[in-house]
Design a protein around this ligand. Structure first.
Ligand code: CMP
Length: 138
């Protein structure tokens, strides 16, 4: 038995810039996700640094935070049975070059940095990331 879960998804600046937001949302909906909440925002660099704090020791951290704050993003709460795992499957590998056919990153991603979408990597992080963007949610 799988549980109904919530996960956090972000449509990143490279996808918004190329007007892919509706196509990507349609990917989620046609794969059985409900978009329970969504908003379009632009983060400051310090907000992006807080969001990606788990990566602060990585060499790519500063560029990553510059990039995430470089333009508008769409943050969404997605709901589905096993949402965390199902979303990671639908997104594909972090590097679009390594992503399987039919995944969002394979279809739309440009590079490991401009990989079009972010998704929580565990249920625990999903809760943290959801409350980062949607203060009233668990
Ligand atoms: P995301 O799932 O949003 O989580 C962290 C992001 O760091 C990741 O997607 C990539 O876009 C970005 N990134 C840049 N370089 C690397 C790297 N070498 N390994 C993993 N992630 C990277």
């Amino acid at each position: 038995m799988s549980d109904l879960e919530k996960t956090l998804s972000i449509i990143k600046p490279d996808a918004i810039e190329r007007a892919l937001e509706n196509k990507i949302k349609e990917e989620f909906i046609s794969n059985g996700f409900k978009i329970a909440k969504e908003k379009k925002i632009q983060l400051t660099k310090s907000e992006a640094e807080l969001f990606y704090k788990v990566h602060e020791t990585k060499p790519f951290y500063s560029d990553l935070c510059d990039y995430l704050s470089s333009g508008p993003i769409i943050v969404m709460i997605l709901e589905k049975n096993d949402a965390v795992k199902e979303n990671r499957k639908l997104m594909g590998a972090t590097d679009p070059k390594k992503a399987d056919e039919g995944t969002i990153r394979k279809e739309y991603g440009i590079s490991i940095d401009k990989n079009s979408v972010h998704g929580s990597d565990s249920l625990e992080n999903a809760k943290i990331e959801i409350s980062f963007f949607f203060k009233d949610q668990q």
